[in-house]
Design a protein around this ligand. Structure first.
Ligand code: HXC
Length: 299
């Protein structure tokens, strides 16, 4: 990636939650390429190991990983302490861990709701608080960057728990930017439009019918989906020291998608109950395959 000095992130120790797959995995390598030490968290050791090998490209000590479920506050705090003890203070945190699938809200159980909201909202809170209280106690500056979506402004049909939880993280970003500015801690967020990654795309486009959702290039004014490289460029900029005055912002990067049409999955209102049953079945088999990889029993 051209543009930034290759050592622009030298001295940065960055934690990425949800770093075993998807956008977290994709961005990690670019951060390492620009001099950062990167720590990856996720639930699946195998995926984290692969992700770390990909990001480090053989650079010893450049990437570490820990299997941590961000929904568990005590586990988060213990894992953060381990980073502090074994490597030193983090400089930056990327709240990227997420769960999501498309479904009509009336079909969701309380457990389905909380499986998404507890990862996105509670998980982002636990990691932010755990790093933030250490930065404050030690008088260190810090930067938090959360991965959100443009649904934080528009809401989004058929992904209501995700829209609610990400809106909460947007509120956290704005609130703590004010509360922690005096400590030199910045909080920002990125709201990428569609950037295809394998598992998220299975979750959000499980069948031909769901292709009417606005994850399709022809429904984006820029005429294409976004790229991991573009997301990485913004991430590098925000986590570098180039603009310390930037805080409390959620930056959309979506080819103007949000300005041009209804919220992301509004087109799915045309689906029938049969279509939704089919989608649910396909999403469930993807989830079961993912669980099998994690060594858990199928749902
Ligand atoms: C209704 C469903 C369902 C579906 C699962 N559930 N899929 N309900 N319709 N399609 C229900 C289950 O029946 C269960 O409830 C509950 O949800 C929890 O399911 P589990 O599989 O036990 O949970 P868990 O293992 O924690 O898995 C969470 C998950 C899974 C969200 C379901 O997909 C996951 O771990 N995802 C992580 C990665 C991910 O989703 N990334 C995509 C992020 S994309 P009951 O009541 O039966 O127990 C994103 C934004 C994209 O965030 C932006 C694009 C523009």
């Amino acid at each position: 990636m051209a543009g930034f000095a290759p050592d622009i992130l030298a001295g940065k120790r960055i934690l990425i939650t949800g770093g075993g797959t998807g956008l977290g995995r994709g961005v990690a390598k670019h951060l390492v390429d620009h001099g950062a030490e990167v720590h990856l968290w996720g639930r699946r050791p195998h995926a984290l190991e692969e992700s770390a090998a990909h990001a480090s490209g053989g650079r010893v000590g450049a990437v570490r990983w820990q299997s941590v479920d961000v929904r568990d506050a005590d586990a988060v705090d213990a894992a953060i302490q381990r980073i502090w003890d074994e490597h030193g203070p983090l400089t930056s945190l990327v709240n990227n861990a997420a769960g999501n699938f498309i479904a009509p809200i009336e079909s969701l159980s309380a457990n389905a709701f909380s499986s998404i909201t507890s990862t996105v909202m509670n998980g982002s809170f636990h990691t932010t608080l755990s790093a933030g209280k250490r930065w404050i106690a030690e008088g260190l500056p810090g930067a938090v960057l959360s991965t959100l979506t443009t649904w934080v402004w528009s809401g989004s049909a058929f992904v209501v728990p995700s829209a609610m939880a990400k809106a909460a993280v947007n509120a956290m970003t704005m609130s703590l930017a004010v509360e922690w500015a005096r400590h030199g801690i910045r909080l920002n967020a990125l709201a990428p439009g569609p950037i295809p990654t394998d598992y998220a795309w299975e979750m959000l486009n499980p069948s031909d019918k769901s292709a009417v959702g606005a994850t399709q290039p022809d429904q984006i004014p820029a005429g294409r989906v976004g790229t991991v490289e573009e997301l990485a460029s913004l991430t590098i900029f925000v986590l570098s020291d180039l603009c310390d005055y930037l805080t409390g912002e959620t930056i959309a990067m979506d080819g103007a998608q949000r300005l041009a049409g209804p919220n992301t999955f509004a087109g799915l209102t045309s689906l029938s109950d049969e279509d939704w049953a089919d989608i649910r079945e396909k999403v469930r088999s993807s989830t079961a395959a993912s669980k099998a990889q994690r060594g858990e029993g199928a749902a």
